[in-house]
Design a protein around this ligand. Sequence first.
Ligand SMILES: Nc1ncnc2c1ncn2[C@@H]1O[C@H](COP(=O)(O)OP(=O)(O)O)[C@@H](O)[C@H]1O
Ligand SMILES: [Mg+2]
Length: 282
Amino acid sequence: MLNMDLIRFEDFFYRYKGNEEYALNNINLKIEEDNFILLCGETGSGKTTLIRCMNGLIPQFYSGFYKGKVYVNEKDTSSTPIAELSTDVGIVFQNPENQLIAMNVEHEIAFGLENLGIPSNKIAKKIEESASLTEIEHILDKAPFELSGGEQQRVAIASILVLEPKVLILDEPTALLDPYMAKKIISLIKEIQVERKLTIIISEHRLDLVLPFAEQIILISNGKVIEHDSRDDVINGTNFQNLKLNKPVIYTIFNRLKNENLFPRKIPASIPAAIDSIKKLL
Ligand SMILES: Nc1ncnc2c1ncn2[C@@H]1O[C@H](COP(=O)(O)OP(=O)(O)O)[C@@H](O)[C@H]1O
Ligand SMILES: [Mg+2]
């Protein structure tokens, strides 16, 4: 089939049980293959809720009211078992500690594969590959509670990657990490995307770290997708400018220059892009 969407929302609405307001309001969204997508919006705008729809947790696990459809690989997420959807879409939620359940890291990574009935000789090879990709080979025999935040985050990523999903979704993966470890995790995610040709969807507040890698941005505000376009088009638009986000310094500087008519080009998304852009002006 040509141009199959990995994930597609069609006129989708969702309201949590007990809430009057819709957390998601008329979502129409298409996620295509091999993209690095930043999901961006203020706190409470609906990012986590949107992510919960991408593997069937909403509407199957969370109670509430929904209207419309979400498809993953053309499978209807309201009726396809979550376990089946999780082989297409892997999600690393905000707090990896709650996601790690096994005795040690190796078992943690093996867990999903065992559930899928993969033979043990194949499991060993797959564990080796994901452990090497996430650089955790040296901690395979440690218990989750013995790990640092950055290590836990990498184990959570490895245990999802081993299932070879087509989409890897990360909900604020650096929220609990120091700036140095946050930078390492984001670079690692980019390397994984290139190596595995995955689609990445990442909700992240540290825009200075992700903007240089993002290819597309989805802007969400009050439960609505207000923009979904290439990164450079979105950061040069007024929606992005007006949202209360932790904007990168490079953005703030060039946005000011542009508003004062001192910079006749597009606002760059990274330091190298800024230098390049200035060189072209000289
Ligand atoms: N489990 C839940 N039960 C009820 N309301 C929720 C739940 N999770 C989130 N919400 C509400 O849904 C809205 C969107 O929240 P969320 O998706 O967590 O936003 P974000 O991830 O962008 O901060 C908020 O108003 C929030 O209070
Ligand atoms: Mg959230």
